[in-house]
Design a protein around this ligand. Structure first.
Ligand SMILES: [Zn+2]
Ligand SMILES: [Zn+2]
Length: 112
């Protein structure tokens, strides 16, 4: 078993699979459930509204989307900034345009 610092709260814990501790996993799962429910009930919500109404950090919501746990099929107004150009996007780390640009720029630079 590996000892690690929780990426979220900074506590030392026994790392199993995730890079956050068990307390944070519970916390995150609860936030995830609240966010998903809110998205389902309020399809036209924005990120600002979602953060405010669910009391969830935008960074957590964005990471859930980037990890593919949260899919924004029915929420056209919910966007966050592309990590490359800052334009609004709804999936992954980069917007569709950047993904395409990077793909056509070649595979020399591999995104970590
Ligand atoms: Zn933690
Ligand atoms: Zn972009």
């Amino acid at each position: 078993m590996a000892i690690a610092h929780c990426k979220r709260c900074g506590k030392i814990y026994n790392r199993v699979r995730r890079d956050i501790c068990s307390a944070c996993i519970v916390e995150e799962d609860r936030a995830f459930a609240a966010v998903r429910l809110y998205l389902h009930d309020h399809r036209d919500t924005t990120m600002e509204e979602l953060v405010e109404r669910t009391g969830t950090d935008e960074s957590l919501i964005v990471s859930l989307i980037r990890e593919g746990r949260l899919i924004l099929r029915d929420n056209p107004n919910l966007t966050y900034a592309c990590a490359r150009c800052g334009r609004p996007t709804q999936v992954g780390r980069f917007c569709a345009r950047c993904t395409q640009e990077m793909a056509s720029a070649g595979r020399r630079k591999t995104e970590v």
